[in-house]
Design a protein around this ligand. Structure first.
Ligand SMILES: *[C@@H]1O[C@H](CO)[C@@H](O)[C@H](O)[C@H]1NC(C)=O
Length: 136
């Protein structure tokens, strides 16, 4: 249950910075993996790596990391809640991590409610989404 929530959260954190491009999976100096606004809240990278390796083993170089992350989020939620949503695929992978963008865009637990609602609004999400996704 907890990992399903974490995997949904990983997708959601990724989408806050330059869209759902899997840039949260990139390592390096500007990695988005551990934004200061959300320190220690991103987890489940090892599950994503395991799925990515299995997909690459079956058909190498075909499915983007961005699609894999979106499918992992959807299917992990499906497995624990039977909620399913339609996904359009063929996302392109981001090539450059944006740590500054992550620190600016991802709401922190110390932000005011107005700031959090505003940050969600910047990516097309509303108050219902704030309530749903803040619980993960
Ligand atoms: C937020 O958006 C969702 C999906 O479009 C919608 O179902 C929901 O009613 C909206 N909530 C508010 C508070 O506008």
């Amino acid at each position: 249950m907890r990992m399903a929530a974490s995997l949904l959260r990983l997708h959601f954190l990724d989408c806050f910075v330059n869209g759902c491009d899997a840039s949260i999976l990139l390592d390096g100096r500007n990695s988005e993996k551990f934004p200061t606004s959300n320190l220690n809240s991103a987890r489940g990278f090892e599950v994503v790596d395991k799925v990515k390796n299995a997909v690459e083993g079956a058909c190498s170089g075909v499915v983007s990391c961005a699609d894999i992350l979106a499918l992992i989020a959807r299917d992990s939620v499906l497995l624990v809640s039977f909620h399913l949503w339609f996904l359009k695929l063929i996302r392109r992978d981001g090539q450059v991590p944006n740590q500054r963008g992550a620190n600016l865009a991802i709401p922190s637990q110390y932000d005011t409610l107005d700031t959090i609602i505003s940050n969600f609004g910047n990516v097309g999400l509303n108050v219902t989404d704030v309530v749903s996704l803040s619980g993960t």
